[in-house]
Design a protein around this ligand. Structure first.
Ligand SMILES: [Zn+2]
Length: 203
């Protein structure tokens, strides 16, 4: 059974208002992505009016809830408030595609066109879609988020002009950490050689 279900016959006397909770555990299930989950304390609501125009069902209202996604810079859990229009047009499956009634003042692009059959239609997919659309491509916990700090030993030089030199030639700064490793190995080898010499001398 759908979470947001409308019985078409109930709209016959001028439409019907709905004010339905958006259950975080339901939202989690339909989001079905590791990077996006429902805020467990979100007191979400889908508030809308459903009306009939011929056999078309018109939904107009508002969707409010909250989700959590990782900050693109520092990966911290970031709460994203969802407060968006919930509009849709359902046409009866197999029926004629009728032009929209003019008094709606909505272009077809404003509405998600869906189909329904029988007496029941579900807004579940539209609610899910609207939530996903409200999540920015790049989630940031704050405008000033500095991102993860990179440990100094793997950090390259700040600019290419500061590139380290190897045999007098600048090297790609991305390899700078390897240069440090090479020096460490070289000095280990030197001290190994030194200790062998010392052993020889001692024997
Ligand atoms: Zn951040």
């Amino acid at each position: 059974m759908a979470e947001f279900e409308i019985k078409v016959h109930e709209l016959e006397n001028g439409g019907k208002s709905y004010d339905l909770p958006v259950d975080p555990s339901w939202l989690d299930r339909v989001l079905d992505t590791p990077d996006l989950r429902a805020a467990p304390d979100a007191n979400g609501r889908a508030t809308f009016f459903a009306s009939l125009s011929g056999t078309d069902v018109i939904i107009r209202g508002r969707l409010r809830t909250a989700v959590i996604a990782p900050c693109a810079r520092c990966l911290a859990d970031t709460r994203i408030a969802v407060d968006t229009d919930l509009t849709a047009l359902f046409s009866r499956a197999g029926g004629d595609a009728r032009p929209l009634p003019e008094e709606l003042e909505l272009t077809p692009e404003d509405l998600d066109r869906e189909t329904y059959s029988g007496d029941t239609l579900s807004l579940d997919e539209i609610v899910r879609e609207q939530v996903v659309l409200e999540v920015p491509m790049q989630v940031h916990c704050s405008e000033e988020c500095p991102g993860l700090s990179v440990p100094e030993h793997v950090r390259g030089p700040a600019s290419l002009t500061d590139a380290p030199l190897l045999d007098g030639k600048p090297i790609d700064p991305r390899f700078a950490p390897l240069l440090g490793l090479r020096d460490a190995v070289a000095s280990d080898a030197a001290s190994d050689a030194g200790s062998k010499k010392n052993k020889k001398r001692a024997s």
